[in-house]
Ligand binder design. Structure first.
Ligand SMILES: [Zn+2]
Length: 333
């Protein structure tokens, strides 16, 4: 199955955790956490639609200025999601610069602050030097959806890291495959109508009509007819991002609500289990705990990240501890 999302752990497992996800077939990318980074190109930065900040410690937040700088001339807005207090912190960054030459710029920044049961949306525009802004409050979706797009959703839960810290999942609604063999055999020619067909299917509009391209001209067909002929639907791709959390029953239960069955799970493995007391005190996961959680969530693939600098000479031990725990729990299930 051709994936819809291409995720990349930008700094590898050792430095600031940062996952860049390219959304294929759209001019769009998402960024999970925004610490220090060097290897996201200006072209890739321009595609960023949403930045999802787990919490605002420097190793997760310092890179926001670089994203902003790269997209200042853009007309599409930027959405920034984060935990309690993120609105004030982002506005402080925005207000820290001089913008007297920016009044013709179109960029809008929407800051989405997630608290248990509540989401606040604050919008500010570069053309007013981000000085005029307005806020609205909504009850948080009961299924924890914070981004609702035709092709995918992002869900979030508030977890405990001694401070509120968000975990995220990115989930494709359904993976719609066009059967290339049938397309060819029946004389269809691929084109923009296939994109429209997928849009109608995702919207549940099965009675809609579409003009389809054939080797010999065009014809009009209904979506449900084309679905029978050409389409297979499989479960969508799902990516999880979990970092900077304590290993507690409450955190794990909250994660179960959104992160079961991920195809790829990015998860912090800050310490070896020899330091589990310190990990608990500081609100981090050990490698063993990370592997255990990945197993409990039935992740298909687990990628450890955010390994403490003290273990940079012992990375193999961390990785081994993650996979041992992950396999032990997976085999029990
Ligand atoms: Zn951190």
């Amino acid at each position: 199955m051709r994936p819809s999302f291409i995720p990349r752990l930008v700094n590898g497992p050792l430095f600031d955790p940062l996952v860049y996800v390219r959304v294929l077939n759209e001019r769009k990318a998402l960024l999970f956490d925004c610490g220090h980074f060097l290897t996201i190109t200006p072209r890739e930065l321009l595609l960023i639609d949403g930045i999802y900040i787990s919490h605002a410690r420097m190793d997760h937040f310092i890179g926001l200025d670089y994203v902003l700088r790269a997209i200042l001339h853009r007309e599409e807005p930027l959405y920034i999601y984060g935990p309690e207090g993120i609105t004030e912190k982002v506005l402080s960054k925005l207000h820290a610069y001089t913008w007297n030459l920016a009044k013709d710029y179109k960029l809008a920044v929407h800051i989405m602050e997630i608290r248990p049961g509540l989401m606040t949306s604050t919008s500010a525009n570069l053309s007013t030097e981000f000085k005029d802004y307005s806020a609205e409050e909504y009850p948080l979706d009961p299924c924890c959806v914070i981004t609702d797009e035709p092709r995918y959703t992002v869900k979030s839960v508030v977890l405990d890291h001694n401070i509120p810290c968000l975990a995220f999942t990115l989930e494709e609604r359904a993976h719609i495959n066009i059967r290339g063999d049938v397309l060819h055999d029946r004389g269809y020619i691929s084109g923009p109508w296939l994109g429209k067909l997928k849009e109608y299917i995702l919207a549940g509009d099965y009675q809609a009509s579409i003009e389809v391209s054939l080797v010999m001209g065009t014809t009009v067909k209904r979506v449900n007819e084309l679905m029978d002929e050409l389409v297979t639907i499989s479960p969508g791709q799902k990516i999880g991002y979990i970092t900077d959390i304590r290993y507690s029953r409450e955190n794990v239960e909250n994660l179960m609500a959104i992160a079961s069955g991920t195809d790829i799970l990015f998860i912090e493995a800050f310490y070896l289990d020899e330091l589990r007391d310190e990990a608990y005190r500081k609100g981090h996961l050990t490698a063993r705990q990370a592997g255990t959680i990945a197993g409990m969530l039935s992740a298909k693939k687990v990628i450890p990240m955010h390994i403490s600098p003290r273990y940079h000479g012992r990375v193999e031990e961390i990785v081994k501890e993650v996979y041992n725990a992950y396999e032990r729990v997976s085999n029990c299930g």
